[in-house]
Design a protein around this ligand. Structure first.
Ligand code: FE2
Length: 295
């Protein structure tokens, strides 16, 4: 964090059953994020962590070496990434390999993320993603016919965990009208040292500035609005294990690299409104065998 940037206090709430108070709804409306502490029991966090590690254990890195980087975008050229909308796929940290192409550290400490359909293909992630509590919460924030579009397991590995540059999720998860909301679960403590997110509270009221889509067989980014995001104060979304952070699809957020010795595992689920239109040129696609489902 550079000097001179104001950091706003982060408002924090609790909801045991997915219900939201008027104060919580007002906070989400005005800030574009909502922090719900202790939303997930520690044992459920550990179950997801263990399942992700088991999935990585079963993955042969000689099959695919796709790196996920929001800075170089090398992954965007890879079919392995492009066709991951209805799969469970494994993406490496940018600094996972040495000059000779060998992993610098153990496989389990080299993966950047898994994506993008664990919530439909893996029974452990499916059960976690479709709890009654989450269904209720989705209704509380205004979904009529929620559809679970995408899931990711993010490792933010010790020392090599990559930065995720400033973006809004609706750039990648676009509907007409816009409807994407992110559900971000801290499965380990996220701190300023190991790459917690920052956001620009209130900036979700600005128009969508770009869209990531398919054109002529390529993934491209269309600029829709060149106005920069406000240079205003940020909120640091530090989160203890078990915290759920709701992120409005237009809220700018970012997380720095993890240079610490501690990983920062998180699970994310992105939900869209079933009544909205999902354009055919969206980057994230599914085949006919795996239609989107709700909670
Ligand atoms: Fe994001």
């Amino acid at each position: 964090m550079s000097a001179g940037i104001d950091i706003l206090p982060t408002r924090r709430f609790r909801s045991q059953d997915g219900a939201l108070s008027p104060e919580m709804r007002a906070a989400f409306d005005s800030d574009g994020y909502l922090v719900l502490e202790d939303f997930v029991a520690p044992a459920d966090c550990e179950r997801l962590r263990q399942r992700a590690l088991d999935l990585v254990e079963g993955f042969d890195p000689s099959e695919h070496r796709t790196v996920f980087s929001t800075t170089t975008r090398a992954h965007a050229a890879a079919d392995y990434f492009e066709s991951s909308g209805d799969k469970v796929r494994f993406f490496f940290e940018e600094n996972a390999f040495d000059e000779s192409g060998e992993l610098r550290q153990a496989k389990a400490l080299s993966i950047n993320k898994l994506g993008h359909a664990m919530h439909d293909l893996d029974p452990v992630f499916d059960a976690f993603s479709r709890s009654g509590k989450l269904r209720r919460l989705a209704g509380e924030i205004g979904f009529r016919h929620p559809l679970l579009l995408q899931s990711m397991y993010i490792f933010k590995q010790p020392r090599i965990g990559g930065e995720v540059s400033w973006h809004v999720d609706s750039t990648y998860l676009y509907t007409e009208p816009l409807s994407c909301i992110g559900f971000w679960f801290a499965l380990e403590d996220a701190t300023l040292e190991n790459g917690a997110m920052y956001c620009l509270p209130g900036a979700h009221r600005q128009a969508l500035k770009s869209r990531f889509l398919r054109r002529d067989g390529h993934l491209v980014t269309d600029q829709l609005d060149a106005t920069p995001w406000p240079d205003g104060p940020r909120a640091a979304l530090e989160a203890k294990q078990g915290t759920l952070v709701l992120l409005h699809g237009l809220l700018p957020h970012f997380s720095g690299p993890n240079l610490s010795d501690r990983s920062r595992h998180a699970y994310t689920l992105h939900v869209i409104e079933g009544d909205s239109r999902y354009p055919a040129d969206n980057w994230l696609r599914r085949g006919p065998d795996l239609p989107l489902r709700g909670f």
